[in-house]
Ligand binder design. Structure first.
Ligand code: ADP
Ligand code: MG
Length: 346
């Protein structure tokens, strides 16, 4: 298509991911009462009889989200499902169905696609979800996998990003930064291989970090633990873009600030060692890395007793007045502003 020279051309990078979504969707008004939550959370919420239906979709693009040089196809299929289920769990809901859409170039054989589907099947089995449809089309280059996940939960148990209250405790599951370091290791080995194809990749004993990158899991166990403990977080989001970005979303939508204790941010010992080895600060990897697929959530302090005894949950901060901003209290006793690192993929 020929571009009209008189029409203003704005680069999408000028808006960034969230600016772009806002810009494109700001004029859409919901017409249906059954649309309980639309754009702006980990998943949309639709009223459906007694239960709410929760829907989320994510796309993985070759060369952007994965690299065929180091992504085993089976893991790729598994990960494509898991990253979507994570958004359903982030609503405190249970995923039940998925659809899978593929755009593929002729570089992909039936055998390669079978591998991807073996991973999808494994994820469906483990997370007890049904594959109910999708779409398959060709693409001039590379592979695109788009997964939509559908889940359910009772109306009053769904947790949004905007429900945090002043004084709520900020908690996170698992540990942060490992998937990012796994990616750095894979990238390093790729560069070495490209420079010298005779050299075998040496990932040493960094299986944990590489595994976190290539085959992440979604925290279904946490949603089950919350239900058992009769705990409903006040706000929740999954950590896909890095802690800084997710804290920023919770704060922005809840109209609050946050104070995060560096000493409270869980970092796996392997991640700590690898970060230092790469000359990086481990906390920076946790704040800006991403792809951890852990859950970041807030609780009313009166629910502290319920959380205290749940395994793998770390209380790392507190929700404060918006005017106080989003700050990190470092181990050294300094206070730093946390900047949400805008994403730039384009
Ligand atoms: P997440 O990181 O949890 O997957 P995203 O950052 O992808 O969430 O999306 C943020 C919100 O914007 C979600 O509600 C999502 O459904 C919506 N969204 C993203 N892209 C588009 C689009 N192209 N059109 C409409 N809504 C979109
Ligand atoms: Mg999300």
């Amino acid at each position: 298509m020929e571009e009209n020279k008189n029409i203003k051309r704005t680069d999408v990078n000028e808006l960034g991911e969230f600016g772009l979504i806002d810009h494109l969707t700001k004029n859409f008004k919901n017409k249906n009462l059954s649309t309980v939550k639309s754009i702006g959370d980990d998943a949309a919420v639709i009223e459906n009889g007694n239960l709410m239906t929760v829907v989320s979709t994510d796309m993985l693009v070759e060369g952007i989200h994965f690299d065929m040089m180091y992504s085993p196809l089976k893991h790729l299929g598994y990960k494509a499902v898991v990253v979507n289920l994570s958004d359903i769990y982030a609503m405190n809901a249970y995923p039940k169905q998925i659809t899978v859409s593929l755009a593929l170039s002729n570089r992909y054989s039936v055998e390669a696609l079978e591998e991807i589907y073996a991973g999808i099947e494994q994820a469906c089995k483990f997370y007890k979800v049904d594959l109910i449809g999708g779409d398959t089309t060709s693409s001039p280059k590379g592979l695109i996998i788009s997964v939509t996940a559908i889940g359910q939960q009772e109306r009053n148990k769904i947790v949004y990003r905007d429900g945090a209250k002043l004084g709520d405790l900020l908690c996170v599951t698992g540990n942060l930064g490992a998937a990012y370091l796994g990616l750095q290791l894979l990238e390093r080995e790729k560069q070495i291989y490209l420079a010298n194809p005779g050299v075998k990749p040496d990932l040493g004993d960094q299986g944990y970090l590489v595994g976190r990158q290539l085959k992440p899991e979604a925290r279904h166990d946490m949603i089950e633990a919350f239900a058992k403990a009769e705990l409903i977080p006040t706000a929740m989001i999954d950590v896909s873009d890095g802690l800084a970005s997710e804290v920023f979303h919770l704060c922005k939508q809840s109209g609050l600030g946050a104070l995060v204790e560096e000493s409270g941010v869980p970092i796996h010992p392997d991640a700590e060692v690898q970060a230092i080895d790469f000359g990086m600060d481990p906390i920076t990897c946790a704040l800006s890395g991403g792809e951890d697929y852990e859950l970041l959530f807030t609780i009313n302090p009166k629910d502290l007793e319920k959380v205290k005894y749940l395994p793998d949950i770390y209380i790392m901060g507190e929700m404060v007045e918006k005017s106080e901003g989003i700050k990190l209290h470092t181990k050294g006793g300094n206070i730093h502003e946390i900047k949400a690192q805008g994403w730039k993929h384009f």
